[in-house]
Design a protein around this ligand. Structure first.
Ligand SMILES: [Zn+2]
Length: 43
């Protein structure tokens, strides 16, 4: 499962496939990085 966050309503959810926000039906969603991923991105 991958965590996603909706950029429209900030709703967080887990899904195997990213499609739409289940809350507001927006397609503006992105992967939510966990702390480990953030560290990797910044370095
Ligand atoms: Zn949403």
């Amino acid at each position: 499962m991958v965590k996603f966050v909706c950029k429209n309503c900030d709703y967080r959810f887990e899904s195997k496939k990213m499609k739409k926000c289940p809350y507001c039906d927006s397609a503006k969603i992105s992967k939510e990085l966990d702390a480990e991923d953030l560290v990797r991105e910044l370095s």
